[in-house]
Design a protein around this ligand. Structure first.
Ligand SMILES: [Zn+2]
Length: 158
């Protein structure tokens, strides 16, 4: 996978900024609504009504939480685009780690100069860039699909 170009980065930045603005707006109005609902709760002591309101509020709070999670991911992605993130935008840090480990292992193995030259010529260097199709669909993706799935499995176990 090629590294994202400057043009790509500018495009992702615009998408991310628009997404961020709209999500922040959503969360703001959902918060207002949840607040109104809880104010109504305080004034209405009808048990049945309270039950539904609590349900709606729980549902709303869940939505707010999800959107806040996405907002965080978008903010991190924007930091990566600006070069202030923990890694380069468009790169899967776990792939980068795997490549670094493989390189360290190879370096530890003694090799003749001839062999090393041949390996360099025939083997395409592995890279850690996330496929463009994935970034276009999900510009705030932190990992490639394989590592995203691994990460989600880990979270389910934890
Ligand atoms: Zn990866």
């Amino acid at each position: 996978m090629p590294k994202p170009t400057k043009t790509d980065l500018a495009k992702y930045k615009t998408i991310l900024q628009n997404q961020l603005a709209s999500l922040r707006g959503d969360v703001g109005s959902m918060r207002d609504e949840a607040l109104r609902a809880s104010e109504q709760d305080a004034s209405v002591d009808h048990l049945a009504d309270q039950g539904t309101d609590n349900y709606d509020q729980g549902f709303m709070l869940g939505l707010i939480e999800n959107e806040e999670e996405t907002i965080k991911l978008i903010e991190e992605a924007l930091e990566r685009i600006d070069g202030e993130g923990d890694w380069d935008f468009g790169m899967c840090p776990m792939c980068a780690e795997e490549i670094a480990e493989a390189k360290a292992k190879n370096a530890a193995k003694p090799k003749t100069a001839k062999k090393a030259k041949k390996a360099k010529a025939t083997k395409k260097a592995p890279d850690a860039w996330i496929p463009k199709a994935r970034l276009e669909y999900l510009p705030w993706a932190r990992y490639c699909v394989r590592h995203q799935e691994a990460e989600e499995r880990n979270r389910e176990i934890a």
